[in-house]
Design a binder for this molecule. Structure first.
Ligand code: GLU
Length: 287
């Protein structure tokens, strides 16, 4: 029997939600309803410097206002660091991770290409360190992040495919899902353990989608390429791969992705300005 469909909306409490988040949450809720599944809210607060309790409260208030409901308790990633650390240990034990002592500035200076997010592609500097030197620098307490040796990892995993469904307007077309090949190599040696937390976005999202039994992932096209890395980690950790649907991003008048940093109005400010939730849902195409 196929597992019962579970979908999730997984915002990071780094700011107030705007219309782009509302579209993504409503898209997920609609896909959930169409599949007769369960909609989960997950709070992705692994970044201690940027996550704020007031933003998390705002997320819950805004989503309830939009008419969304989810089971409690809500999974909060900051409470799961030991689970992520255990997954990272398993990858370390397979010899797939290595410590990296490079600063951002050193990486920017040495990088010759960019990753799919446009960040400098790690040139592999610390991959060349002898084990003796790495152990000694760690023992000295030098701050390190841990990177996936992407060549070893891709070889260990073998060919990977993603079950990708197209988005038609506000609908995920699961019946049209087709396998596409994943190309995780374009991420280079991605960071799986940061200096400030024993995890990274890529590691925690994969661990939690599996822990929560997520069967269908709906999220913006800005994460399309990240899925290549996620299916690789799923294979390495022995976790199932959900189906994916990446929806187009809502753009502002200048054709740019909506973002709080660019002054896109928050849902809270629309609400305070007298806009009602039905009008927001209609404006986004969900009535
Ligand atoms: N937390 C991520 C974000 O706010 C989304 C993660 C995901 O949907 O996989 O961009």
């Amino acid at each position: 029997m196929a597992p019962s469909p579970i979908l999730r909306f997984a915002p990071s409490p780094n700011g107030r939600l705007h219309l782009g988040h509302a579209f993504s949450a409503l898209f997920t809720a609609r896909a959930t309803a169409n599949l007769g599944g369960t909609f989960l809210l997950r709070i992705e607060d692994i970044d201690p410097a940027r996550s704020k309790p007031e933003f998390e409260a705002g997320i819950q208030e805004d989503l309830s206002w939009l008419g969304l409901r989810w089971p409690e308790p809500v999974l909060r990633q900051s409470a799961r660091m030991t689970v992520y650390a255990a997954a990272a240990e398993a990858l370390k034990a397979s010899g797939l991770l290595y410590p990296c002592f490079c600063s951002r500035r050193e990486i920017a200076a040495a990088a010759k290409a960019s990753d799919p997010d446009g960040a400098p592609l790690y040139p592999g500097t610390c991959r060349q360190l002898s084990q003796g030197e790495a152990v000694e620098r760690l023992a000295r307490g030098e701050p390190a992040q841990w990177r996936l040796n992407i060549d070893l990892a891709a070889r260990a995993a073998g060919p990977l495919r993603i079950a990708e469904a197209p988005a038609h307007g506000t609908d995920a077309a699961w019946s049209e899902a087709a396998p596409r090949p994943a190309d995780p190599l374009r991420w280079g040696d991605a960071v799986l353990i940061r200096k400030e937390a024993p995890t990274s976005y890529h590691l925690s999202v994969v661990v939690d989608d599996a822990a929560q039994g997520v069967t269908h992932v709906t999220r913006g096209l800005d994460l399309f390429a990240a899925t290549d890395l996620h299916v690789l980690l799923q294979r390495l950790l022995g976790l199932p791969s959900p189906a994916y649907c990446h929806h187009p991003l809502l753009l502002d008048g200048q054709g740019e992705k909506l973002a709080k940093s660019k002054g896109s109005p928050s849902l809270g400010s629309l609400r305070d300005g007298g806009e009602d939730a039905a009008a927001v849902r209609r404006r986004l195409g969900f009535e």
